[in-house]
Write a protein that binds this ligand. Structure first.
Ligand SMILES: [Zn+2]
Length: 464
């Protein structure tokens, strides 16, 4: 019996060897070197633990720029440089707080100002609360909204498997809630935190004001607080909220994106960009959003470098500044790319966390897709071969009109929004092997792009 089992084992093995992955020679070394070194995690530790939060215009953001440049130089990247940009400079200030008052008794409310919000008067705002579930409902409150604090409480849809889709379906309350409520005469807004987790950590994020509508303060409250507040209102209680925000917008600050590359040995003027964003919100330490994306790109290029491989086309890492509240780094990079004589053939963004990679979302022409689809096999050994239609990211989006195919790394996404923009975005949520696999995925894909290139957009595609 043992001999038969052994024979079966050997024959099975040789059958598998015959179907050898055509990309084995260029993927196996990246996988083995990456998983042995786990260098992405060491980089993340320096950025997320060593430097910490990196809100645009802050001291942390400035330190991150200095760190990234020095680190790229130390890793041996070529043409390491800063690309300057002016960034919005919003600060939270000290001592924001609030509470809800029922029957004259106040209990504290876990909240945080939304990024870009105006402050409350120094004594705070105290007013009755009214709950709504959409922008349209807030605008239609009319007289009933006058003098009130409007509370947006539509949760992210838990029935969506893709949590990014659930986020996309709810986040307009955060971004546009203040102006919608102000149209009905509201004095402030509270927004249920954008997360599926029920806990007491508020999640911040960007908001904006419409023109010609009064600017009123906007805060996120934790999901636990939102559930509690909603239950009190449903029970017919009169609930007042007291809200104090100390944030303010200062004049734009000087900052920069950080760039490094390996120049292509055959076609140096064809460029493949990969990157994430260097800035982060201030409540956590910018680990999964987006320290992991930054170190994915740095480690991917470094892995190729450590193996001594020479890419045919230029592989460039761009760590974009100000993705969270302005996108100024993305704009300045696209401006430069537009004027450059180099051609951007592809761009890869990682901004969905450092969890195990499943594949990439891809925005490309049918011709490009034919080639890209073949490369799924190169990603199969790390289980990251799911290539889906559509994707990219906020920082590389502006490169699409220049003809670049766009790729967005897609890690497993059930935990991302538990931490996103909150105090929970810390390195203990990142697994070193899962993080490294993301970097390996970028290395495998960028290597294929540099070896084979992509068919350009046809005339008709460009006209569209
Ligand atoms: Zn991000």
């Amino acid at each position: 019996l043992f001999t038969i089992a052994l024979l079966l084992l050997v024959s099975g093995h040789s059958a598998r060897a015959q179907q050898k992955n055509p990309y084995e020679n260029t993927t196996r070394p990246l996988i083995e070197r990456g998983l042995k070194d786990l260098s992405a995690y060491a980089l993340l530790s320096e950025l997320s633990e060593g430097i910490g939060p990196r809100l645009s215009g802050s001291e942390g953001a400035a330190k991150a720029v200095v760190w990234a440049k020095a680190k790229m130089e130390a890793l041996g990247f070529q043409n390491v440089r800063l690309l300057p940009c002016k960034v919005p400079h919003w600060v939270r200030g000290e001592g924001e707080n609030g509470g809800y008052i029922v029957d004259g008794r106040e209990q504290s409310l876990s909240l945080c100002a939304l990024g870009g919000s105006v402050p409350t008067p120094s004594e705070g705002i105290t007013a009755d609360v009214i709950e709504v579930h959409s922008l349209a409902e807030a605008e239609k409150l009319g007289e009933r909204g006058k003098g009130k604090i409007v509370f947006f409480n539509r949760p992210m849809d838990p029935t969506k498997v893709n949590t990014g889709e659930a986020y996309g379906g709810a986040v307009e309350q955060r971004f546009g809630g203040a102006s919608a409520a102000a149209k009905s005469g509201a004095v402030a807004v509270l927004v249920r935190s954008m997360t599926l987790a029920i806990d007491d950590a508020p999640h911040t994020g960007s908001m904006g004001y419409a023109d010609r509508v009064p600017k009123i303060p906007a805060a996120a409250i934790s999901t636990l607080a939102a559930e509690h507040l909603s239950a009190l209102l449903k029970a017919g209680q009169t609930v007042k909220v007291r809200l104090k925000l100390t944030c303010q917008s200062l004049p734009d600050a000087d900052s920069a994106s950080v760039i490094g590359e390996i120049v292509g040995s055959e076609k140096p003027n064809e460029v493949i960009v990969m990157g994430g964003h260097l800035d982060s919100w201030d409540l956590g330490r910018g680990a999964n959003d987006d320290g992991t994306g930054c170190v994915h790109a740095m480690e991917a290029l470094s892995l190729i470098q450590r193996l001594g491989w020479k890419p045919k086309r230029t592989l460039r890492v761009v760590l974009f500044m100000n993705e969270e509240n302005g996108g100024r780094g993305a704009m300045s990079y696209a401006e430069e790319a537009k004027k450059s004589s180099q051609k951007h053939i592809a761009a890869i963004e990682s901004d969905d966390g450092g969890f195990a990679p499943m594949g990439f979302g891809v925005t490309a022409t049918p011709d490009q897709w034919r080639r890209i689809r073949r490369w799924a096999k190169a990603l199969t050994p790390i289980n990251a071969d799911r290539l889906t239609e559509g994707g990219g990211g906020a920082d590389i989006g502006p490169l699409a009109p220049l003809g670049a195919a766009l790729f967005g790394l897609a890690p497993t996404d059930q935990r991302y929004f538990d931490y996103h923009h909150s105090r929970h975005d810390t390195i203990d949520k990142v697994n070193p092997r899962e993080l490294e696999l993301g970097a390996i995925a970028l290395a495998i894909l960028s290597w294929r792009l540099s070896e084979e290139g992509l068919p350009g957009k046809s005339e008709t595609m460009q006209k569209q």
